[in-house]
Design a protein around this ligand. Structure first.
Ligand SMILES: O=c1[nH]c(=O)c2[nH]c(=O)[nH]c2[nH]1
Length: 281
């Protein structure tokens, strides 16, 4: 029987890095978590314990901190591209570098109508993400939003679904639609104004969610992705994950009261899990 090593990779995950960028009259505070993942000529490291081609994950971590001093200035995408290229150029044994960055977002605290120069508030669970893949000359950049909490109190229905022996769900033409959305999109060109595009795409997703007259989470997901592809030629494909955070009308009739779609019980589990990728034909 012949046994061989299949797919493999190694790297450092969850490298926690914060940076103060000092401008003349205010500080910018950035907080990121970086994953590096390397693929290449590492077979003998696995099969024979030969570490001669191994760039230690500890060195990968140190590289991230050192390069951030000069090269994490604007977007996480630009920093990820620099890091992936650095690792590629300095390591001929590597065939493919993947850099994943998650940014925790902080906003300057408004004080007397002005953002305070050096005090911040966290933006809740919402995070900005990017993934860079460099394989030789081939570079792929994707970006995204993770855990964006969005909710609407009307313009959401769920009707005309299959009914069978086990159906108890009531059809509704007016319900709460709530989700903790994760969106990931790929750019068809690795050089962009990543910060401006991120903000515009986020705005487009939010506007589409707000304005959509939803017949289901599935339909809203498609509409949001379509709006991004229609507005941004530079986006090739977008994937959305939209768990359905159910808000179930509470039965007030047991107390002789009517519930006119006002009182709900939010449930954390189980939850509907709706995903979809919208792409160009
Ligand atoms: O928008 C929805 N899609 C579903 O597939 C589904 N299933 C369910 O029970 N409620 C909902 N809501």
């Amino acid at each position: 029987m012949k046994i061989k090593l299949g797919e493999n990779s190694y790297g450092k995950h969850a490298i926690q890095l914060s940076k103060i960028i000092r401008h003349a009259d205010y500080h910018e505070f950035r907080q990121i978590a970086v994953n590096t993942t390397l693929e290449g000529a590492f077979e003998t490291a696995y099969t024979m314990g030969d570490n001669t081609r191994i760039l230690p994950t500890d060195t990968q971590k140190n590289t991230v901190y050192a390069l951030a001093k000069e090269h994490f200035k604007t977007s996480i995408e630009a920093f990820g591209l620099y890091l992936a290229n650095y690792l590629t150029e300095h390591n001929p044994q590597i065939n493919r570098v993947q850099v994943d960055i998650t940014e925790h977002l902080w906003s300057r605290i408004p004080v007397d109508g002005q953002p305070h120069p050096h005090a911040y508030t966290g933006n809740g669970p919402e995070k900005r993400t990017t993934q860079i893949i460099q394989a030789g000359d081939h570079i792929a950049v994707s970006a995204g939003i993770q855990d964006l909490l969005i909710l609407k109190t009307t313009d959401s229905a769920f009707e005309h679904y299959i009914r069978d022996t086990y159906t108890t769900l009531k059809e509704t033409s007016d319900r709460i639609l709530a989700t903790q959305c994760t969106a990931t999109w790929s750019y068809n060109n690795p050089q962009q104004d990543f910060n401006a595009l991120f903000n515009e795409i986020r705005t487009t997703l939010l506007r589409s969610f707000a304005q959509h007259k939803s017949l289901s989470v599935q339909q809203t997901l498609y509409d949001m992705g379509k709006a991004v592809l229609e507005a941004f030629e530079r986006v090739q494909e977008i994937s959305l994950v939209m768990p359905n955070i159910h808000h179930i009308p509470f039965n007030l009739e047991q107390f002789g009261m009517q519930n006119n779609n006002e009182i709900f019980m939010a449930t954390s589990a189980p939850y509907g899990y709706i995903t979809g990728t919208i792409t160009r034909d």
